[in-house]
Design a protein around this ligand. Structure first.
Ligand code: ZN
Length: 69
């Protein structure tokens, strides 16, 4: 499966490419460089903006998006 989605810096003035979302076994994971993570808490290397990502947040987002439709 080659279902990749770019993850960009949340700072609208920066939007640096931080990594990719990859789908493995129907779950989304965050690929950063050579590693694949279930969660990431750090800062953008370009502008210093805080960046948080986790598998459970993504699942929650999808559940909420469905209930709002
Ligand atoms: Zn940035």
């Amino acid at each position: 499966m080659n279902d990749e989605q770019e993850v960009l810096c949340p700072n609208p003035n920066c939007k640096a490419k931080l990594g990719y979302i990859v789908v493995i076994e129907n779950l989304e994971w965050l690929q950063m460089g050579g590693g694949i993570a279930r969660q990431w808490h750090g800062v953008c290397a370009t502008c210093g903006k805080e960046f948080h990502w986790s598998v459970s947040d993504r699942i929650l987002e999808k559940i909420l998006a469905k209930t709002m439709n």
